[in-house]
Design a protein around this ligand. Sequence first.
Ligand SMILES: [Zn+2]
Length: 299
Amino acid sequence: MAVSIIEQIIPSTNANRPGGNYTKSYITIHETGNKDAGAGAKNHANWLSNGADGEIGYHYTVDDHEIYHHIPDNEKAWHAGDGGSGTGNLHSIGIELCVNADGDFEQTKKNAAWLVAKLMEDYSIPINNVVQHNHWSGKNCPQTIRETGTWDAFLALCRAELDSGSTAPSGDTYTVQAGDCLSSIGEKLGIDWRDIAAVNGITEPYTIYAGQVLQLSGGQPDPAPAPQPSTGYKLGDHVVFSTCYRSSTAPIEEHLTAAQMLRSHGVITRIAEGARNPYLLDNGLCWVNDGDIRGYYQG
Ligand SMILES: [Zn+2]
Protein backbone atom coordinates (compact mmCIF):
# COMPACT_ATOMS: atom_id res chain seq x y z
CA MET A 1 0.00 0.00 0.00
CA ALA A 2 1.50 3.30 -1.07
CA VAL A 3 2.05 5.83 1.70
CA SER A 4 2.46 9.52 1.01
CA ILE A 5 5.99 10.85 1.34
CA ILE A 6 6.17 14.50 2.35
CA GLU A 7 9.36 16.28 1.32
CA GLN A 8 10.60 18.57 4.08
CA ILE A 9 14.30 18.65 3.35
CA ILE A 10 16.54 20.04 6.09
CA PRO A 11 18.17 23.35 5.04
CA SER A 12 21.61 22.65 3.58
CA THR A 13 23.12 25.18 5.99
CA ASN A 14 22.16 23.04 9.01
CA ALA A 15 24.88 21.08 10.82
CA ASN A 16 22.57 18.04 10.74
CA ARG A 17 22.68 17.96 6.94
CA PRO A 18 26.35 17.24 6.23
CA GLY A 19 25.78 16.63 2.49
CA GLY A 20 28.06 14.69 0.17
CA ASN A 21 27.16 12.16 -2.47
CA TYR A 22 27.35 8.46 -1.56
CA THR A 23 26.01 5.30 -3.13
CA LYS A 24 23.54 3.57 -0.82
CA SER A 25 23.84 -0.14 -0.28
CA TYR A 26 22.14 -0.52 3.12
CA ILE A 27 18.94 0.56 4.85
CA THR A 28 19.14 1.14 8.61
CA ILE A 29 16.05 0.83 10.80
CA HIS A 30 15.70 2.91 13.97
CA GLU A 31 13.01 3.82 16.46
CA THR A 32 12.72 7.38 17.74
CA GLY A 33 12.45 6.26 21.35
CA ASN A 34 10.03 9.15 21.92
CA LYS A 35 6.80 7.76 23.39
CA ASP A 36 5.21 11.20 23.91
CA ALA A 37 1.75 11.60 22.43
CA GLY A 38 2.00 13.57 19.21
CA ALA A 39 5.63 12.66 18.54
CA GLY A 40 4.88 11.64 14.96
CA ALA A 41 6.73 12.09 11.68
CA LYS A 42 5.73 15.73 11.22
CA ASN A 43 7.02 16.68 14.67
CA HIS A 44 10.32 15.03 13.94
CA ALA A 45 10.53 16.78 10.56
CA ASN A 46 10.11 20.15 12.26
CA TRP A 47 12.61 19.24 14.97
CA LEU A 48 15.20 18.26 12.35
CA SER A 49 14.56 21.35 10.21
CA ASN A 50 15.14 23.46 13.30
CA GLY A 51 18.56 21.92 13.80
CA ALA A 52 17.65 19.04 16.16
CA ASP A 53 20.22 18.69 18.92
CA GLY A 54 23.35 19.45 16.93
CA GLU A 55 24.26 16.98 14.24
CA ILE A 56 21.60 14.28 14.53
CA GLY A 57 20.03 13.57 11.17
CA TYR A 58 18.63 10.73 9.10
CA HIS A 59 16.71 10.35 5.87
CA TYR A 60 13.09 9.47 6.76
CA THR A 61 10.64 9.36 9.67
CA VAL A 62 7.61 7.07 9.43
CA ASP A 63 4.49 7.09 11.61
CA ASP A 64 1.12 5.38 11.28
CA HIS A 65 -0.20 7.67 8.53
CA GLU A 66 2.62 9.44 6.73
CA ILE A 67 6.31 9.58 5.91
CA TYR A 68 8.57 12.63 6.02
CA HIS A 69 11.73 12.86 3.95
CA HIS A 70 14.46 14.95 5.63
CA ILE A 71 17.73 14.35 3.78
CA PRO A 72 18.21 13.43 0.08
CA ASP A 73 18.88 9.70 -0.16
CA ASN A 74 22.37 10.09 -1.64
CA GLU A 75 23.69 12.28 1.19
CA LYS A 76 25.34 11.09 4.38
CA ALA A 77 23.64 11.48 7.73
CA TRP A 78 24.78 11.08 11.33
CA HIS A 79 22.43 8.33 12.45
CA ALA A 80 24.32 5.05 12.64
CA GLY A 81 26.84 5.84 15.36
CA ASP A 82 29.73 4.29 13.43
CA GLY A 83 31.83 7.40 12.94
CA GLY A 84 32.74 9.95 10.30
CA SER A 85 33.81 7.34 7.76
CA GLY A 86 31.43 4.61 8.88
CA THR A 87 29.56 2.55 6.31
CA GLY A 88 26.35 3.06 8.29
CA ASN A 89 26.53 6.85 8.21
CA LEU A 90 27.80 7.11 4.65
CA HIS A 91 26.25 4.22 2.76
CA SER A 92 22.98 3.46 4.54
CA ILE A 93 19.64 5.22 4.34
CA GLY A 94 18.39 5.87 7.88
CA ILE A 95 14.70 5.36 8.65
CA GLU A 96 13.19 6.21 12.05
CA LEU A 97 9.94 4.55 13.15
CA CYS A 98 7.79 6.61 15.53
CA VAL A 99 6.75 5.00 18.80
CA ASN A 100 4.42 7.76 20.02
CA ALA A 101 1.87 6.49 22.54
CA ASP A 102 -1.04 7.76 20.43
CA GLY A 103 0.20 5.99 17.30
CA ASP A 104 -0.56 2.53 15.90
CA PHE A 105 2.86 0.88 15.87
CA GLU A 106 1.68 -2.10 13.81
CA GLN A 107 0.59 0.33 11.06
CA THR A 108 3.84 2.28 11.42
CA LYS A 109 5.77 -0.94 10.78
CA LYS A 110 3.65 -1.65 7.68
CA ASN A 111 4.27 1.88 6.35
CA ALA A 112 7.99 1.53 7.03
CA ALA A 113 8.02 -1.84 5.25
CA TRP A 114 6.50 -0.16 2.19
CA LEU A 115 9.22 2.51 2.27
CA VAL A 116 11.96 -0.08 2.73
CA ALA A 117 10.65 -2.07 -0.26
CA LYS A 118 10.52 1.08 -2.37
CA LEU A 119 14.10 2.04 -1.49
CA MET A 120 15.29 -1.54 -2.07
CA GLU A 121 13.88 -1.28 -5.59
CA ASP A 122 15.13 2.25 -6.21
CA TYR A 123 18.72 1.43 -5.21
CA SER A 124 18.87 -2.35 -5.81
CA ILE A 125 19.49 -3.05 -2.12
CA PRO A 126 19.09 -6.71 -1.09
CA ILE A 127 17.00 -7.68 1.97
CA ASN A 128 20.17 -8.91 3.71
CA ASN A 129 21.35 -5.29 3.74
CA VAL A 130 18.28 -4.08 5.62
CA VAL A 131 19.77 -3.85 9.11
CA GLN A 132 19.13 -2.58 12.60
CA HIS A 133 20.91 0.45 14.02
CA ASN A 134 22.32 -2.14 16.43
CA HIS A 135 24.25 -3.67 13.51
CA TRP A 136 26.50 -0.59 13.23
CA SER A 137 27.00 0.53 16.81
CA GLY A 138 25.60 -2.05 19.17
CA LYS A 139 22.90 0.36 20.39
CA ASN A 140 19.63 -1.20 21.51
CA CYS A 141 17.74 0.23 18.52
CA PRO A 142 15.12 -0.34 17.15
CA GLN A 143 14.26 -1.05 20.77
CA THR A 144 10.61 -2.19 20.59
CA ILE A 145 11.20 -4.47 17.62
CA ARG A 146 14.28 -5.95 19.30
CA GLU A 147 12.65 -6.47 22.69
CA THR A 148 9.50 -8.01 21.24
CA GLY A 149 11.50 -10.33 18.99
CA THR A 150 9.72 -9.09 15.86
CA TRP A 151 12.67 -8.23 13.59
CA ASP A 152 12.14 -11.28 11.34
CA ALA A 153 8.44 -10.43 11.13
CA PHE A 154 9.35 -6.90 10.07
CA LEU A 155 11.63 -8.21 7.30
CA ALA A 156 8.79 -10.47 6.19
CA LEU A 157 6.57 -7.38 5.89
CA CYS A 158 9.22 -5.77 3.69
CA ARG A 159 9.38 -8.85 1.46
CA ALA A 160 5.57 -8.91 1.21
CA GLU A 161 5.52 -5.26 0.10
CA LEU A 162 8.19 -6.00 -2.47
CA ASP A 163 6.22 -8.99 -3.79
CA SER A 164 2.96 -7.03 -3.94
CA GLY A 165 4.45 -4.65 -6.50
CA SER A 166 2.98 -1.70 -4.60
CA THR A 167 6.28 0.14 -4.76
CA ALA A 168 6.43 0.40 -8.57
CA PRO A 169 6.93 2.66 -10.43
CA SER A 170 9.94 3.85 -8.57
CA GLY A 171 10.77 7.47 -7.94
CA ASP A 172 9.32 10.21 -5.78
CA THR A 173 6.92 12.71 -7.26
CA TYR A 174 5.98 16.31 -6.58
CA THR A 175 2.65 17.87 -7.48
CA VAL A 176 3.00 21.43 -8.76
CA GLN A 177 1.19 24.05 -6.66
CA ALA A 178 -0.18 27.35 -8.00
CA GLY A 179 2.66 29.87 -8.04
CA ASP A 180 5.44 27.28 -8.26
CA CYS A 181 8.21 27.50 -10.80
CA LEU A 182 10.97 24.92 -11.34
CA SER A 183 13.59 26.90 -9.46
CA SER A 184 11.35 27.39 -6.40
CA ILE A 185 10.50 23.67 -6.39
CA GLY A 186 14.17 22.77 -6.65
CA GLU A 187 14.97 25.06 -3.74
CA LYS A 188 12.11 23.65 -1.66
CA LEU A 189 13.18 20.04 -2.27
CA GLY A 190 16.93 20.60 -2.17
CA ILE A 191 17.51 19.35 -5.71
CA ASP A 192 18.80 21.04 -8.84
CA TRP A 193 15.83 22.33 -10.88
CA ARG A 194 17.67 21.42 -14.11
CA ASP A 195 17.58 17.78 -13.00
CA ILE A 196 13.82 18.00 -12.50
CA ALA A 197 13.47 19.51 -15.98
CA ALA A 198 15.63 16.78 -17.52
CA VAL A 199 13.86 13.87 -15.79
CA ASN A 200 10.47 15.22 -16.90
CA GLY A 201 11.50 16.19 -20.43
CA ILE A 202 10.72 19.87 -19.79
CA THR A 203 12.63 22.27 -22.03
CA GLU A 204 12.67 26.04 -22.49
CA PRO A 205 10.67 28.07 -21.60
CA TYR A 206 10.31 25.55 -18.72
CA THR A 207 6.55 25.80 -18.52
CA ILE A 208 4.79 23.88 -15.74
CA TYR A 209 1.23 23.98 -14.52
CA ALA A 210 -0.61 23.56 -11.23
CA GLY A 211 -1.56 19.93 -10.68
CA GLN A 212 1.23 18.55 -12.88
CA VAL A 213 2.96 15.57 -11.28
CA LEU A 214 6.74 15.81 -11.60
CA GLN A 215 9.01 12.81 -11.24
CA LEU A 216 11.93 13.54 -8.96
CA SER A 217 14.03 10.46 -9.77
CA GLY A 218 13.81 7.68 -12.32
CA GLY A 219 10.54 6.27 -13.58
CA GLN A 220 8.37 7.70 -16.33
CA PRO A 221 6.55 11.01 -16.02
CA ASP A 222 2.85 10.63 -15.27
CA PRO A 223 0.50 11.70 -18.02
CA ALA A 224 -0.94 15.20 -17.62
CA PRO A 225 -4.15 15.22 -15.58
CA ALA A 226 -7.37 15.87 -17.47
CA PRO A 227 -8.36 19.54 -17.38
CA GLN A 228 -10.76 20.27 -14.54
CA PRO A 229 -13.76 22.61 -14.87
CA SER A 230 -12.33 24.96 -12.30
CA THR A 231 -10.72 28.33 -11.90
CA GLY A 232 -7.34 27.46 -10.46
CA TYR A 233 -5.78 30.69 -11.68
CA LYS A 234 -6.33 34.21 -10.42
CA LEU A 235 -6.40 37.78 -11.60
CA GLY A 236 -2.96 39.02 -12.53
CA ASP A 237 -1.53 35.55 -13.23
CA HIS A 238 0.64 35.66 -16.35
CA VAL A 239 -0.09 32.37 -18.07
CA VAL A 240 0.96 30.44 -21.15
CA PHE A 241 -1.86 28.96 -23.27
CA SER A 242 -1.97 26.43 -26.08
CA THR A 243 -5.42 27.43 -27.39
CA CYS A 244 -7.96 30.17 -26.64
CA TYR A 245 -11.39 31.49 -27.67
CA ARG A 246 -13.07 34.64 -29.03
CA SER A 247 -15.69 34.50 -26.27
CA SER A 248 -16.19 33.09 -22.77
CA THR A 249 -18.90 30.76 -24.08
CA ALA A 250 -17.32 29.46 -27.31
CA PRO A 251 -17.31 25.64 -27.60
CA ILE A 252 -14.09 23.71 -28.05
CA GLU A 253 -14.67 23.36 -31.81
CA GLU A 254 -14.13 27.10 -32.14
CA HIS A 255 -10.77 27.23 -30.43
CA LEU A 256 -7.87 29.23 -31.82
CA THR A 257 -4.36 27.92 -31.52
CA ALA A 258 -1.54 29.93 -30.03
CA ALA A 259 0.04 29.91 -33.51
CA GLN A 260 -3.09 31.50 -34.97
CA MET A 261 -3.00 34.10 -32.21
CA LEU A 262 0.68 34.78 -32.96
CA ARG A 263 1.33 34.67 -29.22
CA SER A 264 1.00 32.14 -26.42
CA HIS A 265 0.76 34.10 -23.20
CA GLY A 266 -1.18 36.83 -21.46
CA VAL A 267 -2.22 38.26 -18.11
CA ILE A 268 -5.61 37.30 -16.65
CA THR A 269 -7.56 40.58 -16.43
CA ARG A 270 -11.07 39.26 -15.76
CA ILE A 271 -12.60 36.00 -14.47
CA ALA A 272 -16.15 35.07 -15.48
CA GLU A 273 -16.99 32.50 -12.76
CA GLY A 274 -18.83 29.48 -14.13
CA ALA A 275 -18.17 30.32 -17.78
CA ARG A 276 -16.86 27.68 -20.14
CA ASN A 277 -13.76 29.80 -20.84
CA PRO A 278 -13.61 31.92 -17.68
CA TYR A 279 -10.37 33.88 -18.07
CA LEU A 280 -10.06 37.01 -20.18
CA LEU A 281 -6.45 37.75 -21.13
CA ASP A 282 -4.94 41.21 -21.60
CA ASN A 283 -8.32 42.99 -21.47
CA GLY A 284 -9.54 41.43 -24.70
CA LEU A 285 -6.83 39.31 -26.35
CA CYS A 286 -8.95 36.15 -25.97
CA TRP A 287 -10.58 33.84 -23.42
CA VAL A 288 -9.08 30.66 -21.98
CA ASN A 289 -10.05 27.87 -19.57
CA ASP A 290 -7.88 25.82 -17.20
CA GLY A 291 -7.38 23.15 -19.86
CA ASP A 292 -5.90 25.68 -22.28
CA ILE A 293 -3.37 26.99 -19.79
CA ARG A 294 -0.02 25.21 -19.86
CA GLY A 295 1.46 27.04 -16.89
CA TYR A 296 2.86 30.31 -15.68
CA TYR A 297 4.80 32.51 -18.03
CA GLN A 298 8.45 32.89 -17.04
CA GLY A 299 9.86 35.58 -19.30
ZN1 LIG B 1 18.74 4.22 16.15
